[in-house]
Design a protein around this ligand. Sequence first.
Ligand code: PGA
Length: 251
Amino acid sequence: MSRTPLVAGNWKMNGRRSMAASLAAEIAAAAPAGVEVLLCPPLVYLDTVASAVQASDVVLGAQNLDEHEDGAFTGEVSAEMLVDVACRYVLVGHSERRTLFAESSARVADKFFRALDAGLRPVLCVGETLAEREAGNTEQVINAQLDAVFGRATAEQMVDTVIAYEPVWAIGTGMTASPEQAQAVHAHIRSRLASSFGAPLAQSLRLLYGGSVKADNAASLFAGADIDGGLVGGASLDAATFLAICQAATA
Ligand code: PGA
Protein backbone atom coordinates (compact mmCIF):
# COMPACT_ATOMS: atom_id res chain seq x y z
CA MET A 1 0.00 0.00 0.00
CA SER A 2 1.42 3.39 -0.85
CA ARG A 3 1.55 5.94 1.92
CA THR A 4 1.92 9.67 1.27
CA PRO A 5 5.08 10.68 3.13
CA LEU A 6 4.80 13.27 5.86
CA VAL A 7 7.53 15.65 7.01
CA ALA A 8 6.81 17.68 10.13
CA GLY A 9 8.79 20.65 11.41
CA ASN A 10 8.79 20.89 15.19
CA TRP A 11 9.97 24.43 15.89
CA LYS A 12 9.92 23.85 19.65
CA MET A 13 10.28 27.09 21.67
CA ASN A 14 12.12 29.04 18.98
CA GLY A 15 11.57 32.11 16.84
CA ARG A 16 9.66 35.34 16.97
CA ARG A 17 6.60 36.44 15.00
CA SER A 18 8.54 37.86 12.05
CA MET A 19 10.69 34.74 11.76
CA ALA A 20 7.62 32.48 12.01
CA ALA A 21 5.92 34.41 9.21
CA SER A 22 8.90 34.43 6.86
CA LEU A 23 9.95 30.81 7.52
CA ALA A 24 6.40 29.56 6.95
CA ALA A 25 5.99 31.68 3.81
CA GLU A 26 9.25 30.42 2.31
CA ILE A 27 8.29 26.82 3.01
CA ALA A 28 4.77 27.31 1.66
CA ALA A 29 6.11 28.84 -1.54
CA ALA A 30 8.44 25.95 -2.33
CA ALA A 31 7.01 22.84 -0.64
CA PRO A 32 7.41 19.94 -3.07
CA ALA A 33 4.50 17.84 -4.30
CA GLY A 34 4.26 14.22 -3.22
CA VAL A 35 4.84 14.86 0.47
CA GLU A 36 2.55 16.28 3.13
CA VAL A 37 4.35 19.13 4.88
CA LEU A 38 3.36 19.95 8.45
CA LEU A 39 4.55 22.90 10.53
CA CYS A 40 4.31 22.91 14.33
CA PRO A 41 5.25 26.41 15.52
CA PRO A 42 4.96 27.71 19.08
CA LEU A 43 1.32 28.14 20.10
CA VAL A 44 1.38 31.93 20.07
CA TYR A 45 2.43 31.94 16.41
CA LEU A 46 -0.13 29.44 15.12
CA ASP A 47 -2.27 32.23 13.67
CA THR A 48 0.74 33.86 12.02
CA VAL A 49 1.77 30.60 10.41
CA ALA A 50 -1.83 29.77 9.46
CA SER A 51 -2.00 33.01 7.45
CA ALA A 52 1.37 32.37 5.82
CA VAL A 53 0.47 28.88 4.60
CA GLN A 54 -3.20 29.53 3.84
CA ALA A 55 -2.89 29.45 0.06
CA SER A 56 -0.64 26.37 0.05
CA ASP A 57 -0.95 22.66 0.85
CA VAL A 58 1.23 23.05 3.95
CA VAL A 59 -0.71 22.05 7.06
CA LEU A 60 -0.55 23.29 10.60
CA GLY A 61 -0.09 21.48 13.88
CA ALA A 62 0.59 22.20 17.54
CA GLN A 63 3.35 20.80 19.75
CA ASN A 64 1.12 20.05 22.71
CA LEU A 65 -2.43 20.26 24.02
CA ASP A 66 -4.20 19.83 27.32
CA GLU A 67 -6.07 16.58 27.92
CA HIS A 68 -9.15 18.34 29.29
CA GLU A 69 -11.98 20.05 27.52
CA ASP A 70 -12.27 23.82 27.92
CA GLY A 71 -12.40 24.98 31.52
CA ALA A 72 -10.46 26.14 34.54
CA PHE A 73 -6.96 25.03 33.47
CA THR A 74 -4.87 28.17 33.71
CA GLY A 75 -2.14 28.38 31.12
CA GLU A 76 -3.32 25.41 29.06
CA VAL A 77 -4.68 25.13 25.51
CA SER A 78 -7.54 22.87 24.49
CA ALA A 79 -7.94 20.70 21.42
CA GLU A 80 -10.92 22.78 20.33
CA MET A 81 -8.81 25.95 20.46
CA LEU A 82 -6.23 24.32 18.21
CA VAL A 83 -8.93 23.33 15.74
CA ASP A 84 -10.25 26.90 15.92
CA VAL A 85 -6.89 28.29 14.75
CA ALA A 86 -6.71 25.84 11.83
CA CYS A 87 -4.57 23.07 13.33
CA ARG A 88 -4.99 19.67 11.74
CA TYR A 89 -2.38 17.78 13.77
CA VAL A 90 -0.91 17.84 17.25
CA LEU A 91 2.21 16.18 18.68
CA VAL A 92 1.62 14.09 21.78
CA GLY A 93 4.21 12.44 23.98
CA HIS A 94 7.28 14.20 22.63
CA SER A 95 10.22 13.08 24.77
CA GLU A 96 10.73 16.64 25.99
CA ARG A 97 7.15 16.60 27.31
CA ARG A 98 7.63 13.16 28.84
CA THR A 99 10.92 14.01 30.57
CA LEU A 100 10.95 17.79 31.21
CA PHE A 101 7.23 18.03 32.01
CA ALA A 102 6.77 14.61 33.59
CA GLU A 103 4.05 13.44 31.21
CA SER A 104 3.24 9.81 31.89
CA SER A 105 2.20 7.44 29.14
CA ALA A 106 -1.32 7.45 30.61
CA ARG A 107 -1.50 11.24 30.32
CA VAL A 108 -0.08 11.10 26.81
CA ALA A 109 -2.87 8.66 25.96
CA ASP A 110 -5.47 11.03 27.44
CA LYS A 111 -4.11 13.80 25.20
CA PHE A 112 -4.12 11.45 22.20
CA PHE A 113 -7.82 10.65 22.61
CA ARG A 114 -8.77 14.24 23.44
CA ALA A 115 -7.14 15.29 20.16
CA LEU A 116 -9.06 12.65 18.23
CA ASP A 117 -12.36 13.63 19.88
CA ALA A 118 -11.84 17.21 18.73
CA GLY A 119 -10.99 16.16 15.17
CA LEU A 120 -7.22 16.62 15.38
CA ARG A 121 -4.77 14.00 14.13
CA PRO A 122 -2.38 13.06 16.92
CA VAL A 123 1.28 12.32 16.16
CA LEU A 124 2.23 9.92 18.94
CA CYS A 125 5.94 10.18 19.75
CA VAL A 126 7.77 7.21 21.26
CA GLY A 127 11.41 6.41 21.85
CA GLU A 128 14.00 4.94 24.17
CA THR A 129 16.88 6.56 26.04
CA LEU A 130 20.47 5.56 25.41
CA ALA A 131 20.58 3.62 28.70
CA GLU A 132 17.44 1.74 27.72
CA ARG A 133 18.90 0.87 24.29
CA GLU A 134 22.21 -0.21 25.76
CA ALA A 135 20.40 -2.44 28.25
CA GLY A 136 18.63 -4.14 25.34
CA ASN A 137 15.24 -2.72 26.34
CA THR A 138 14.35 -0.68 23.27
CA GLU A 139 11.38 -2.78 22.17
CA GLN A 140 10.09 -3.16 25.70
CA VAL A 141 10.11 0.62 26.26
CA ILE A 142 8.45 1.33 22.92
CA ASN A 143 5.85 -1.38 23.57
CA ALA A 144 4.89 0.19 26.89
CA GLN A 145 4.55 3.63 25.30
CA LEU A 146 2.47 2.21 22.44
CA ASP A 147 0.32 0.00 24.64
CA ALA A 148 -0.85 2.95 26.75
CA VAL A 149 -2.62 4.14 23.59
CA PHE A 150 -3.26 0.88 21.73
CA GLY A 151 -4.94 -0.65 24.77
CA ARG A 152 -7.65 2.02 24.63
CA ALA A 153 -7.98 2.54 20.87
CA THR A 154 -10.19 1.04 18.19
CA ALA A 155 -8.91 0.46 14.67
CA GLU A 156 -11.36 3.14 13.52
CA GLN A 157 -9.74 5.71 15.84
CA MET A 158 -6.24 4.79 14.72
CA VAL A 159 -6.96 5.60 11.07
CA ASP A 160 -6.27 9.31 11.54
CA THR A 161 -3.09 8.94 13.53
CA VAL A 162 0.65 9.06 12.96
CA ILE A 163 3.41 7.51 15.06
CA ALA A 164 6.86 9.08 15.33
CA TYR A 165 9.83 7.04 16.50
CA GLU A 166 12.30 9.39 18.13
CA PRO A 167 15.18 7.78 20.00
CA VAL A 168 15.77 10.17 22.90
CA TRP A 169 19.55 9.91 22.46
CA ALA A 170 19.25 11.23 18.90
CA ILE A 171 17.10 14.30 19.64
CA GLY A 172 19.05 17.52 19.33
CA THR A 173 22.34 15.69 19.79
CA GLY A 174 23.52 15.34 16.21
CA MET A 175 23.61 11.58 16.84
CA THR A 176 21.23 9.97 14.38
CA ALA A 177 20.00 6.40 14.48
CA SER A 178 21.50 4.50 11.58
CA PRO A 179 19.03 3.75 8.79
CA GLU A 180 19.16 0.09 9.90
CA GLN A 181 18.47 0.93 13.56
CA ALA A 182 15.59 3.21 12.59
CA GLN A 183 14.07 0.74 10.13
CA ALA A 184 14.25 -2.09 12.68
CA VAL A 185 12.21 -0.12 15.23
CA HIS A 186 9.76 1.09 12.57
CA ALA A 187 9.20 -2.49 11.42
CA HIS A 188 8.59 -3.45 15.04
CA ILE A 189 6.04 -0.65 15.49
CA ARG A 190 4.26 -1.65 12.31
CA SER A 191 4.08 -5.27 13.44
CA ARG A 192 2.61 -4.14 16.79
CA LEU A 193 0.04 -2.12 14.89
CA ALA A 194 -0.78 -5.17 12.78
CA SER A 195 -1.25 -7.44 15.77
CA SER A 196 -3.42 -4.87 17.58
CA PHE A 197 -5.47 -3.51 14.68
CA GLY A 198 -4.90 -5.75 11.65
CA ALA A 199 -2.50 -5.64 8.74
CA PRO A 200 -4.46 -3.28 6.46
CA LEU A 201 -4.51 -0.52 9.09
CA ALA A 202 -0.86 -1.14 9.97
CA GLN A 203 0.10 -0.81 6.32
CA SER A 204 -1.85 2.42 5.90
CA LEU A 205 -0.37 4.43 8.81
CA ARG A 206 2.59 6.78 8.44
CA LEU A 207 5.53 6.15 10.76
CA LEU A 208 7.97 9.05 11.06
CA TYR A 209 11.57 8.99 12.20
CA GLY A 210 12.82 11.86 14.36
CA GLY A 211 16.17 12.66 15.96
CA SER A 212 18.80 14.80 14.24
CA VAL A 213 17.28 14.44 10.77
CA LYS A 214 19.34 16.71 8.50
CA ALA A 215 19.44 17.44 4.79
CA ASP A 216 22.36 15.07 4.33
CA ASN A 217 20.95 12.04 6.17
CA ALA A 218 17.24 12.34 5.33
CA ALA A 219 17.32 10.36 2.10
CA SER A 220 19.07 7.34 3.61
CA LEU A 221 16.71 7.31 6.62
CA PHE A 222 13.59 7.72 4.49
CA ALA A 223 14.72 4.86 2.26
CA GLY A 224 13.66 2.42 5.00
CA ALA A 225 10.61 0.42 3.90
CA ASP A 226 8.69 1.40 7.05
CA ILE A 227 9.92 4.99 7.34
CA ASP A 228 7.34 7.36 5.87
CA GLY A 229 8.95 10.71 6.58
CA GLY A 230 10.36 12.61 9.49
CA LEU A 231 9.75 14.73 12.54
CA VAL A 232 12.41 17.42 12.31
CA GLY A 233 13.49 19.75 15.09
CA GLY A 234 16.62 21.88 14.66
CA ALA A 235 16.81 21.46 10.89
CA SER A 236 13.23 22.70 10.46
CA LEU A 237 14.23 26.25 11.46
CA ASP A 238 15.98 26.92 8.15
CA ALA A 239 13.72 26.98 5.09
CA ALA A 240 16.25 25.65 2.56
CA THR A 241 17.33 22.81 4.85
CA PHE A 242 13.78 21.84 5.75
CA LEU A 243 12.70 21.96 2.10
CA ALA A 244 15.61 19.69 1.18
CA ILE A 245 14.41 17.21 3.81
CA CYS A 246 10.86 17.42 2.41
CA GLN A 247 12.27 16.79 -1.05
CA ALA A 248 14.15 13.72 0.21
CA ALA A 249 10.83 12.23 1.36
CA THR A 250 9.36 12.40 -2.12
CA ALA A 251 11.95 10.09 -3.67
P1 PGA B 1 16.01 17.32 16.34
O1 PGA B 1 14.60 17.21 17.10
O2 PGA B 1 15.69 17.15 14.86
O3 PGA B 1 16.51 18.68 16.66
O4 PGA B 1 16.85 16.22 16.84
C1 PGA B 1 13.64 16.29 16.72
C2 PGA B 1 12.44 16.38 17.63
O5 PGA B 1 12.62 16.63 18.83
O6 PGA B 1 11.29 16.22 17.19
